[in-house]
Write a protein that binds this ligand. Structure first.
Ligand code: 13P
Length: 249
């Protein structure tokens, strides 16, 4: 059985006091969530505020990015050992905003995936196509390329301790959610593809959907057989809305 996992990607939002308010709202409602594992990924500056507030809550936390190096002259960067030092358990790698805005290639994303695991962090690997790629029927091709880079670097065994988030880029922050059927189709494709390499690993791997998930549309998506949770952007910045999604999982 795959335990559903709902993660909030706060992106570049929040002061320390805003984060304290948001996280205390989430902690206050955690008892109403029965099954899902809950994770929040705040910006680096807010991780320690969140860590303190989450102590004993059962809610996990992680970061949105990491550098592939452990230490050294890499101005402005944050490494896996630093995230472990803060008590992070998860880290998002290959978010489409990092791929598109900061030029992260499939190979760099794969190296980040490996760096995360080397330091005991569970990578949440984001994959997904643009609208143009979808319209040209290239969705599967794009996802194969994104997955293959990681498989080539860490092997299929790397997916023993990882999460994949399918985030169609056209659905991120646009209010244009994939339909449950569209999302399920790609999730099933991802699981089948990895199943060809290792059936057991693919069966146990948790696949999140991300892209304009809200309380109102979460259940239809999360009811799909290959959707095991969500990676939530905008709606994770409101405690009630985030908890509604967690309850739907
Ligand atoms: P939205 O939920 O705001 O569409 O963002 C999705 C996302 O990018 C999560 O990583």
């Amino acid at each position: 059985m795959r335990r559903p996992i709902v993660a909030g990607n706060w992106k570049m939002n929040g002061t320390r006091s805003e984060a304290a308010t948001l996280i205390s709202g989430i902690v206050a409602g955690v008892n109403s969530v029965n099954t899902a594992e809950i994770v929040v990924c705040p910006p680096f500056t807010l991780i320690s505020v969140v860590a303190d507030a989450l102590a004993g809550s059962g809610i996990g936390y992680g970061a949105q990015n990491l550098n592939v190096h452990d230490v050294g002259a890499f101005t402005g960067e944050v490494s896996g050992p630093m995230l472990r030092d803060l008590g992070c358990t998860y880290v998002i790698v290959g978010h489409s905003e990092r791929r598109a805005l900061y030029g992260e290639s499939d190979d760099l994303v794969a190296d980040k995936f490996r760096a995360a695991q080397q330091h005991g962090l569970v990578p949440i690997l984001c994959v997904g196509e643009t609208l143009d790629q979808r319209e040209k029927h290239q969705t599967e091709k794009v996802i194969i390329r994104q997955l293959d880079a990681v498989v080539d670097t860490v092997g299929i065994e790397g997916f023993n301790k990882a999460v994949i988030a399918y985030e169609p880029i056209w659905a991120i922050g646009t209010g244009m959610t994939a339909t449950p059927e569209q999302a399920q189709e790609v999730h099933r494709f991802i699981r089948e593809k990895l199943s060809g390499l290792d059936r057991n690993i693919a069966t146990n791997l948790r696949l999140q959907y991300g892209g304009s998930v809200k309380g109102a549309n979460a259940r239809g998506l999360l009811d799909q057989p290959d959707i095991d949770g969500g990676l939530i952007g905008g709606a994770s910045l409101q405690a009630d809305e985030f908890l509604n999604i967690c309850r739907a999982a």
